[in-house]
Structure formats: C-alpha cells, structure tokens
Ligand binder design. Structure first.
Ligand code: FEO
Length: 396
C-alpha cells in the first residue's frame, strides 16, 4: 500500500482497482487504476482523486506523504466519477484554498455535487499557477473526452498530467511503462483509444498538432489510468497521432454472428478470398469476442466485412448491439462489405450495408446472401467477395 515517487516532490497516491470488469460497456479484463498525485511544494497540491469505493486506499497512500489537512490546492482535470467520486469527502477533509479546474469543470462539478460555494479557481490556457518551486500550466482538452477535460503541465519537470488521454485500463503493482510487459501495455492503450477516443479523433489530431506547434517539451506523460509513460512517452504520442489520422494497417476483419453455422461457413470462405489476395485477416465471432475487444481490432483494420444471419426480419442481437456500439464510436476510412444466411425474409445483408454506409465506409460490393445452407457454388461466391475486398484494399 505504498505511495510511489514519480519525480522529486511528486508522488502517486492513487488506487488500483483489481476487480473492475466493466467500464460503461467496455470489458476491463485486466482491471484498472485511478491515478492521483500529490505535489509537495510551498502550496501542496493534490492532482485528481479516485473512485469513491477506493477512497480508503487513496487516503492511506496520501497520508504516507502528507497530512491531508495541509493540502492547499486540488487540481481536477476531469469530473467523471472514476476521478472525482471521492471529491466531496476530500474537500470536506482538506478544506482547500482552491479547486483548480476548467470553466466546464466547474460547471460539471456543480452539476455532480451541487456545491456552488466550493473555492473554484477557473484556469484558462496560458494562465500559470506557481506553487513555489514548480509551475503549473493548463491545456484545455474539451471533449477529450468530456467537455470539462483538461491537461496540467508541470513546467520544471516537463511532466504532463494527461487525465484520461494516453491511459490504459491495466491494474498492475508497477507504476511505470518500463516496468511492465510492453505487448500488454500497447494492447491496453490501443483498446483504450479504440473504445474511449475514436469518436474524438479529429480533436486528438488537433491536440497533437498544437503540442507540436507550441513546442511543448514532454519528458513524462502521466495519465489517470494505468502506468506512467516515463521511458517512452514518444510511443504514446506517435500512436495517438496515427490513430487520430485513421491510418489502417492494410488488414481486414471478418466480424460475424451465426445461427446454425451457415454464416460462419461463409465467413471462412470470405477469409480464403482475402488470403488469395495476400491480405492478412482475422475472423471475430461476436459470440466469443467482446465488442470492446473487437473495437480494438477495428481501430487498426483497413477493411471490415460483416456477416450475420437474419432473425425476425432483422439482425441477430449481438450484431445489432455491436453495430450500435461501433456507430457511436464512428471509426472512419474503412472498406466495407457484408454477407449472411437467411430462411425466408433475409434482411440482414441490407441492414449491414445500411449501417456501414451510415458510417461512411466504402461499401465495395452489394453483399452476398444464402438461403439456409450454402452450396459449393455459394461458398465460391463468398470467396469471390473476399477477393473483391482484398483487391480494393491493395488498390487503396
Ligand atoms: Fe477515467 Fe473519463 O474518466
């Protein structure tokens, strides 16, 4: 239960949530952390808090560093309750001189906690707050991923408190990027971006451009979830740059659900067609792959081929739910195609195509439907569908 030194006079005092497995519909198979920090300076400053259920762990770590009643300021970079849930009790305990936040942060805190008279200090970009030896400046990151979101930068340490950005839902006893399995770290950062930030990619792109334009020097990126980018913040920035520009890796996904395996047989043949064209692909059955893991794959894929049987004149419910989830996240710059089996009405392929057109996917084929069980000829046509998608991918 130890606080951890991040740099001189800045300590991690957050909480590790080993048990959380669902984060508003996102499967957090490795748990998460809620990172909070204390800056020991002439003005002692707490940066963010934690989910209310883990307030005890947080306070225990905080007390290893400082008597909470001695804290002067609280910086709230983001009001979502995983970071602010314990704030009312912390404010009561600390009685801070200032709660430093964005304009939208103040509004969100009032709307969450109904405390008009807390000592809010609204910071605008360009306004610095000197704590003594360390100086804080602020970058408004509205809609990354809430209207209230902001980053806090410690000038002397070139350290960026990045709130949710560059985070990972990854519970670990280690606190730094160079202490954990790199493949797991990248997997969890990719999944986080795919499920939280894809919708806001244009804003991420603008943010990365702004960081470059103003020449912000970053030695350390300190997110509110997962490990701190101490050794390799560059890879976090490069990954966000790539994802925000919707650059696919040239590969395809076949995402499907099947009733009596006919659509599954079709899916395998679509894969054969892709392989014939030299395209790497993955088959993702929605029965066995959680929507948030599928979205992690969608982030880097260049083509999405959707397969579904028709049920009750519509889609199988897992596919319908997945499409609603994916539409909300709005991935762009994808080639699309569809296939599926049916018994009598057969609407699924049309509905899949409609959904992809609504997402501005480049639907490259009308799609292919099979009644009940595919014949050899049907399966050959599915291979052709895969080849068509593969050829388009090679041209693009
Ligand atoms: Fe980790 Fe948007 O809260």
């Amino acid at each position: 239960m130890n606080a951890v030194k991040v740099v001189d006079n800045i300590y991690w005092v957050g909480a590790i949530d080993w048990n959380v497995r669902d984060f508003h519909g996102y499967s957090t198979n490795r748990g998460t952390t809620y990172n909070a920090f204390v800056i020991m300076d002439e003005k002692i400053t707490l940066v963010d808090t934690v989910k209310s259920s883990l307030k005890g762990d947080f306070l225990k770590r905080l007390k290893e560093i400082v008597d909470p009643e001695k804290i002067d300021y609280i910086v709230i970079n983001h009001v979502e309750l995983d970071h602010s849930g314990s704030l009312p009790e912390i404010v009561e305990l600390i009685k801070p001189e200032k709660i430093i936040c964005s304009k939208m942060g103040q509004k969100a805190m009032v709307e969450h906690f109904h405390q008009e008279d807390w000592p809010y200090e609204i910071v605008e970009p360009g306004k610095d707050i000197c704590l003594g030896q360390k100086t804080l400046s602020f970058i408004e990151t509205r809609m990354l991923h809430w209207p209230d979101s902001m980053f806090t930068y410690v000038k002397e340490d070139k350290l960026l408190f990045s709130s949710d950005a560059f985070g990972q839902h990854y519970a670990t006893s280690e606190r730094f990027d160079d202490e954990v399995d790199q493949a797991v770290l990248m997997e969890e950062m990719t999944k986080y971006y795919a499920n939280i930030l894809t919708l806001y990619s244009p804003k991420v792109k603008k943010l990365i451009e702004t960081v470059k334009e103003i020449g912000l020097e970053i030695d350390m990126i300190v997110p509110d979830h997962g490990v701190i980018w101490r050794s390799n913040p560059g890879i976090a920035l490069e990954s966000y740059d790539k994802w925000s520009r919707n650059i696919g890796d040239g590969n395809a996904l076949i995402i499907y659900d099947t009733m009596w395996h006919s659509t599954e047989k079709m899916a395998k043949e679509v894969g054969s067609g892709l392989q014939d064209e030299g395209i790497s692909y993955k088959l993702l059955n929605l029965r066995y792959n959680h929507r948030s893991d599928v979205m992690r794959e969608v982030l880097n894929a260049s083509a999405i081929v959707l397969g579904c049987s028709t049920l009750n004149n519509g889609l199988l419910p897992r596919m319908a739910g997945f499409l609603m989830y994916m539409r909300g996240l709005r991935p762009t710059n994808k080639i699309g195609a569809a296939f599926g089996s049916f018994g009598w009405s057969g609407e699924a392929v049309k509905l899949l195509n409609q959904a992809m057109e609504e997402m501005n996917f480049d639907v490259v084929d009308p799609g292919y439907r099979v009644k009940y069980v595919p014949t050899d000829d049907d399966l050959h046509k599915c291979t052709e569908l895969g080849r068509t998608v593969g050829k388009k991918l090679k041209e693009s």
